[in-house]
Design a protein around this ligand. Structure first.
Ligand code: HEC
Length: 149
């Protein structure tokens, strides 16, 4: 096989756009979602510092961070492939035993962060801070139940 075809085969992508059923390795799923959580945290920390008054308020920066988080939030659920737990993962097996509840909690987070991004772009500082607190509550509500300490 030519190198291009080997690369395509390795990715599990059939020619003509037909995807072959190659299961994602648990370690790949864990790395994917942890990467997203770190990208979320990267945006989250400066927002928290502004909300706490430890950094000067910057509405444009806050709105930019919020917009990134709103996008990342929509990419997370697919990273929780069935039973994907490795020693590096802090995910609890209960996620897959209560998938409907876990997905609902993820949806709450997506909705809260979409609202946060919209409110932040609209430009009101007080409303932005309140929407941030509401988003934080959705992180905590899921971690309390589905993330190992
Ligand atoms: C619907 C559930 C859910 C929501 C909502 C959620 N998380 Fe998590 N989070 C998890 C789970 C489960 C893990 C453990 C993932 C793993 O290690 O496999 C995790 C892990 C993390 C990690 C650690 C990543 C690592 O490399 O160990 C960070 C940081 C994090 N979350 C931040 C956040 C923040 C900030 C929010 C909200 C803005 C949030 N999470 C919302 C479920 C959630």
């Amino acid at each position: 096989m030519r190198p291009f075809l080997i690369a395509v085969a390795a990715l599990g992508i059939g020619l003509g756009g037909v995807a072959l059923a190659v299961p994602v390795k648990p370690g790949t799923a864990v790395a994917y979602r942890q990467g997203l959580y770190h990208a979320i945290l990267w945006n989250f920390v400066p927002m928290a510092r502004m909300v706490q008054g430890r950094e000067p308020w910057n509405q444009a920066a806050f709105a930019g961070n919020a917009t990134s988080i709103a996008f990342y939030s929509t990419q997370l659920l697919q990273g929780f492939t069935p039973g994907s737990i490795t020693p590096r993962s802090e995910a609890k097996p209960e996620i897959w035993q209560n998938w409907a509840d876990f997905s609902a909690k993820m949806k709450n987070f997506e909705d809260a962060s979409a609202k946060l991004a919209a409110v932040a772009r609209a430009g009101n500082e007080g409303a932005s801070k309140e929407a941030f607190r509401q988003t934080v509550a959705t992180c905590k509500s899921c971690h309390d139940k589905y993330r190992r300490e």
